[in-house]
Design a binder for this molecule. Structure first.
Ligand SMILES: Cc1cc2nc3c(=O)[nH]c(=O)nc-3n(C[C@H](O)[C@H](O)[C@H](O)COP(=O)(O)O)c2cc1C
Length: 372
């Protein structure tokens, strides 16, 4: 297919004009400085990828309690806002658009990362079958405690404040991380939510926390600045559900009413099979929501071209391909070869495997130099 495909044409996302329909998926890289503050190196990394139509910056905790892996950035104090400002300025200087993903990990944490070494929190006191990243290694998540009813509005308010902070830091909007088995997803799923109050049990009760978070954030920064990420069938971080079809049909109907600027959906098991749950019909789900749909998970150039041609309100997010190809957009346009990913430098460390991947221009230059 040609490079005149809709994938490479501009897109109006609320009030923002995206130069193409290629999105950089949120990618945790654990390179924040002490105090969970974004660094100049992170600004360079994101600026290198600013040709994406939209960058969704890595998951960032809304409070210390929301943290689950070492050296991830936060967005809950003014030093963190200042740190992020370097990133948004650098991306905007390159003509990019950037949202921040807002994160509370819930039970996917370790007591060493929690305020005063406390137990992580969750809808119910059920330990996650998941790993966290502490002191440079992956270790099992700690046993959590169930949130008290009166604590829930405090967390909703932390989300609201984090969204306001993100706007002060210069982000064009925020993405609510409701995917991959973190706190919001833990509330949605009946495997991790055994509550007997208004936040547990029936589907509408399990969706209540997410819907309250969305309403609070939309109330603070407006619907055109708020996207939501979901992973309806993914077993990531040990979540499960007895009837995800009904759960997500209900949720999509609610989201249609609330009108966030996009829904970002991980199709299949995160970073694994797209057909993880063949009975689940993503096409049917898509029909329930008339707004912008960002599709993700295992997309190739070919699949992305097919989707954007078939659905004029679809964008495609790439994760791993953006790590190893800072100029992914140009490579997709030219149908040029993609560089492979160094799995050893994903989390933690410095520039190696972070800002040192070559662009096509770098490669052409080094070829010319080697000829002289
Ligand atoms: C190193 C790494 C870090 C990730 N961090 C996040 C994250 O912070 N938030 C999130 O929602 N997904 C995260 N993901 C999942 C990706 O956003 C994406 O869903 C996944 O890589 C599948 O897309 P892909 O096949 O294009 O890589 C991460 C994936 C990788 C490989």
């Amino acid at each position: 297919m040609s490079n005149t495909n809709l994938l490479f044409s501009s897109y109006q996302l609320g009030g923002l004009t995206l130069t193409n329909r290629i999105v950089m998926a949120p990618l945790t890289r654990s390179r924040a400085a002490a105090g969970n503050i974004a660094t100049p190196l992170m600004a360079e990394y994101y600026a290198q990828r600013a040709s994406a139509g939209l960058i969704i910056a890595e998951a960032s905790q809304i409070s210390q309690q929301g943290m689950g892996y070492q050296d991830t950035p936060g967005i809950y104090n003014m030093e963190q806002v200042e740190g992020w400002r370097q990133v948004t300025d650098a991306v905007h200087q390159q003509g990019g658009v950037i949202f921040l993903q807002l994160w509370h990990v819930g039970r996917v944490s370790h007591h060493k990362l929690q305020p005063e070494g406390a137990r992580p929190v969750a809808p119910s006191a059920i330990q996650a079958n998941a790993m966290t990243f502490v002191d440079g290694e992956f270790v099992p998540a700690s046993e959590p405690r169930a949130l008290e009813l009166h604590e829930i509005p405090v967390i909703v308010n932390d989300y609201r404040q984090a969204a306001l902070n993100a706007r002060v830091a210069g982000f064009d909007g925020v993405e609510i991380h409701a995917a991959n088995g973190y706190l919001i997803d833990q509330f949605l799923r009946d495997g991790s939510n055994h509550r007997t109050d208004q936040y547990g049990g029936a589907i509408d009760n399990r969706c209540r926390f997410l819907l309250e978070v969305i309403e609070a954030i939309i109330g603070a920064i407006g619907p055109e600045r708020v996207g939501i990420r979901l992973s309806p069938v993914s077993p990531a971080n040990g979540v499960s559900d007895t009837d995800n079809g009904s759960l997500f049909s209900y949720l999509f109907d609610q989201l249609e009413q609330l009108s966030p600027v996009y829904l970002h959906v991980i199709e299949g098991a995160t970073m694994s099979s797209r057909d993880y749950d063949p009975a689940f019909d993503f096409t049917l789900l898509r029909k329930r929501y008339s707004g912008t749909y960002i599709a993700n998970n295992g997309y190739t150039r070919e699949l992305a071209l097919q989707l954007t041609e078939a659905d004029p309100r679809a964008l495609v997010a790439f994760g791993r391909k953006f790590i190893s190809n800072p100029d992914l957009v140009e490579r997709l346009i030219q149908d040029a070869p993609l560089q492979s990913l160094d799995k050893h430098t994903l989390y933690g460390g410095g520039a190696k495997g972070y800002t040192d991947y070559s662009t096509l221009t770098d490669l052409a230059r080094s070829k010319i130099n080697s000829c002289h």
